[in-house]
Design a protein. Structure first.
Length: 194
């Protein structure tokens, strides 16, 4: 049985690309895209075993944050954000919220994107003063329409999610939610309005 190589673009510089080339690239992306939930879950698994000095590893913290949001009957997109909020810890130690915000941006409304993007500053309210930083750094956003949402996320779900004995849901229990979450972007540079 012979397998055929997928058709690829013929250009070596984008200025040489043709409509046919870009149709081949788009078709390839459409085949690749459905694996996004699997790739995200694989990356979440990388957080397992990484304690970073905490009493639970980063995966447990993420799962626990999502479990708390789930048990509080938050909407699925909120729960997905709770699960993914620290996914950038392994690659971007100095700006992990930016990675999570970039991942969720196409799939959520502006309020949840902002919550994920700013949660690091809001979470700092609970510990920045121990590191010589301003625990009230979040006050720069006072009056912002999503200030209360983000403060609540940190207070109710993120900051208490370091309990080793908390009955935390497993990643497999969130898989259907993540598959649905990543099914279709709400907004993207690459999505036509029609």
């Amino acid at each position: 049985m012979t397998t055929t190589e997928p058709l690829r673009a013929t250009f070596t510089a984008m200025t040489e690309g043709t409509a046919e080339d870009w149709q081949r690239i788009a078709a390839s992306q459409l085949e690749f895209y459905p694996g996004l939930p699997d790739r995200v879950m694989d990356h979440l698994r990388l957080l397992g075993g990484d304690y970073g000095g905490f009493v639970v590893d980063r995966l447990t913290h993420s799962l626990q944050t999502a479990t708390r949001a789930y048990r509080a009957d938050r909407p699925d997109d909120y729960i997905a954000c709770a699960l993914l909020h620290d996914i950038g810890d392994t690659l971007c130690s100095f700006n992990h919220p930016d990675v999570a915000a970039a991942i969720v941006k196409p799939f959520v409304d502006e309020d949840l994107h902002w919550m994920v993007e700013q949660h690091g500053i809001f979470q700092g309210y609970y510990f920045f003063h121990y590191l010589g930083l301003d625990r009230n750094m979040r006050d720069q956003f006072e009056g912002h329409p999503y200030y209360d949402l983000t403060a609540e996320f940190c207070a109710d779900y993120d900051q208490p999610s370091f309990e080793p004995d908390y009955p935390t849901m497993g990643l497999d229990e969130f898989e259907p939610l993540l598959r649905d979450f990543f099914r279709s972007p709400k907004r993207s540079t690459y999505k036509r309005e029609d």
